[in-house]
Write a new protein. Structure first.
Length: 170
């Protein structure tokens, strides 16, 4: 996946929001490289979101796995349309997403995340993707209902990661 150190190529994504003016359906198509959703769920939360894929694994360090899911069983990895942050949204028994609480004061800091792995059907191919974050690592915050937010860290006045059409960068 792209690295933050490749700023000359991805600077526009770090300086602005690549999805700010894009309808959520268009955001989904861009994140999934042209694919239309097979299923559609409305995620109730503080902002519109589109899914990047389904969580496979989260790592605190290269050797310490926080959680792991089989394909078809993981929570949604969603991207906020306005904030461009990653939300980890658990599923209800019927497969739909739980509601995302919008009061950030109710989320508790868990740890820094060095890597995120996810399943996605980008460009028509179902694949396993992973992204090794660069220091300073983003911090995972979690709500009692299980929703997680991967907050970017400050990287010399800029965010430590962004999500654009190429995937997670940083």
């Amino acid at each position: 996946m792209p690295k933050r150190s490749e700023r000359d190529v991805y600077q526009a994504s770090f300086s602005g929001n690549p999805y700010g003016d894009t309808p959520v359906e268009g955001m989904y198509k861009r994140l999934r490289w042209g694919n239309s959703p097979a299923d559609s769920w409305e995620i109730n939360g503080p902002e519109d979101m589109a899914t990047l894929g389904e969580l496979a694994k989260l790592y605190r360090t290269a050797r310490h796995r926080l959680c792991s899911f089989k394909e078809g069983a993981g929570p949604f990895v969603a991207v906020g349309k306005q904030s461009n942050i990653i939300y980890i949204v658990p599923r209800r028994e019927n497969g739909s997403p739980v509601d995302v609480p919008d009061d950030l004061e109710q989320y508790v800091g868990i740890c820094e995340v060095s890597r995120i792995d996810y399943y996605s059907d980008k460009g028509g191919d179902i694949c396993y993707y992973y992204h090794n974050h660069e220091a300073p690592y983003p911090c995972l915050y979690q709500h009692d209902c299980g929703v997680g937010i991967l907050m970017p860290s400050d990287n010399n006045g800029e965010r430590s990661y962004v999500v654009d059409d190429a995937g997670i960068i940083g």
